[in-house]
Design a protein around this ligand. Structure first.
Ligand SMILES: Cc1cc2nc3c(=O)[nH]c(=O)nc-3n(C[C@H](O)[C@H](O)[C@H](O)COP(=O)(O)OP(=O)(O)OC[C@H]3O[C@@H](n4cnc5c(N)ncnc54)[C@H](O)[C@@H]3O)c2cc1C
Length: 463
């Protein structure tokens, strides 16, 4: 077993002599802070954390990994649900300090370093009325999200995050810097658009930006959970032929204790439909009228607001350090059996921070040909993210059992699964996330770019 004490001294000294960032070993005062990841249920102790500031640091760290044989973990935003951005006794290459962003408003492109979080990206791009289509919680790492696909409020209009990725700079398992795009190292570029960190460490991303807002018609409408069957059936019909500008997420949870929630509603089980209309606000108001008028909502927070405000709406429910357990699957449609399972499990929610997020897919996501990227959920109707959560370890087992039960009950309807919503579920599930044709092509690419499986602490594709 490798520990900080047993790392080859000469190799470590060589790294120290060239490294510009910070090397954090277990005896460093910052070790406890830097070893922690977003999910509080993950408690791992790397042998060394290399907090890189640039690509040169990443190259130096990769070479240390090569020379010492230490297993290498890679972290950008640290939001991997199963904690795949840290490992016991590993060399943790941490890109969290690499936060450079350069926007070109004329060409509508942006370069972003690997440590950029979604909130950083929105802040920098919305100054120009632009955005990178990405996810829905501002503290999530843009790097890990992009490398798995990237689903969010803008995808039905503008595609996944990977559909807007133009190029990457990546450090290979040999410690070499290569660029990849549609014109350069095209197979590598294909692989990184969905197969995570299997091929190398991406230090820099170039995105196409899309025009958004800055004001959008957006937010959730909530009803008592008892109306979930009617709400979900209405919802299914209402979105059946909705415009691509509209993206929705069904939420089941207990109403959170937030200033915008009336006191008498806090803690009650609710079903909600959160929406974002990324076109003209007047059009959004018209499109969203039927939702706002359906039945007897107990809370309606859907109105014109800054896109960045909408983007941070879910932040309070996903705080760093709480304990999280996720199960996920895609389904083709919201048939009655699926609706019934949602209603049943929604009414069982105990923890104030346990939730279901049910994502509406389709639109532009589905129009990109299957196989153009490894992302396999192009045909999915909906993506389930079932989150059994607790604030500490107390009660975590019960929440995890609820999430497992919910997922099991959906088994007859499972199709694909989004790789970024997988837990540590084994190779067969990773294969399911890509489908067999893509899987074979990914394995071939892995044999070419990382034949020794140097990058294996991830949703791994063995060479
Ligand atoms: C609260 C929360 C909200 C989320 N919301 C969304 C959402 O709206 N849309 C969505 O699509 N997904 C969402 N996700 C899932 C998210 O995309 C993944 O968890 C993603 O891996 C997070 O990226 P990160 O950089 O924070 O991950 P990390 O934990 O840092 O890394 C995750 C994986 O990617 C690898 N990796 C990270 N950076 C690099 C790099 N630069 N080069 C190579 N490999 C790297 C790591 O080794 C690890 O295997 C959410 C997750 C959480 C926890």
């Amino acid at each position: 077993m490798a520990t900080a004490e047993t790392i080859d001294r000469a190799a470590l000294e060589e790294l120290e002599s060239s490294f510009r960032g910070e090397l954090v070993a277990p005896d460093h005062p910052g070790y406890e802070e830097h070893r922690r990841v977003w999910n509080g249920s993950i408690d791992r102790r790397p042998a060394l954390i290399a907090r890189c500031v640039d690509a040169a640091d990443v190259i130096a760290a990769v070479r240390l990994g090569r020379r010492t044989g230490l297993p290498v973990a890679v972290r950008s935003g640290g939001h991997s649900f199963p904690g795949l951005s840290t490992a016991d006794d590993a060399l943790l290459i941490d890109l969290g300090r690499m936060k450079g962003i350069r926007i070109d408003p004329e060409r509508r492109t942006a370069r972003m370093e690997a440590g950029v979080l979604l909130g950083d990206a929105d802040h920098a791009t919305q100054a120009f009325g632009l955005a990178v289509p990405a996810g829905i919680v501002t503290t999530t790492g843009l790097a890990g999200l992009t490398l798995g696909g990237g689903i969010g409020w803008l995808m039905r209009k503008h595609g996944l995050t990977i559909d807007n990725l133009l190029s990457v700079d990546l450090i290979t398992a040999e410690g070499e810097l290569v660029s990849a795009s549609a014109d350069e190292n095209a197979e590598l570029f294909w692989g990184v658009r969905g197969a995570g960190g299997n091929f190398g460490i991406v230090t820099d991303f170039e995105f196409r930006l899309v025009p958004v807002g800055p004001t959008v018609m957006a937010g959730p409408v909530f009803w008592e959970v008892q109306s979930a069957p009617e709400v979900l059936r209405f919802y299914r019909d209402w979105i059946a032929d909705c415009p691509d500008e509209l993206m929705t997420i069904v939420v089941l949870r207990r109403a959170p204790d937030l200033p915008v929630v009336p006191r008498e509603l806090v803690g009650r089980q609710v079903v909600g439909v959160a929406a974002c209309y990324c076109g003209a606000v007047e059009d959004g108001e018209r499109v969203l009228q039927p939702l706002k008028r359906f039945g007897s909502p107990v809370l309606d927070l859907c109105f014109p607001k800054p896109f960045v405000a909408h983007q941070s709406m879910f932040d309070p429910g996903f705080q760093r350090g709480w304990w999280y357990y996720v199960r996920s699957c895609d389904v083709a449609s919201l048939e009655d059996g699926v609706v019934d399972v949602c209603a049943e499990y929604g009414a069982q929610i105990e923890s104030p921070i346990t939730s279901l997020a049910l994502w509406q897919m389709g639109g532009k996501v589905a129009r990109v040909p299957r196989g153009e990227t490894p992302f396999a959920g192009r045909d999915a109707g909906f993506t389930f993210n079932i989150n059994g959560n607790s604030m500490t370890g107390d009660g975590f087992d019960a929440e995890r059992e609820w999430a497992r039960g919910f997922w099991d009950a959906l088994a007859p309807y499972h199709t694909s699964v989004y790789v970024n919503f997988l837990g540590e579920e084994g190779e067969e599930r990773v294969r399911q996330a890509y489908g067999s044709e893509v899987w074979d092509r990914l394995k071939a690419a892995k044999r070419r770019y990382d034949p020794d499986n140097f990058f294996h602490i991830n949703q791994n594709i063995r060479p």
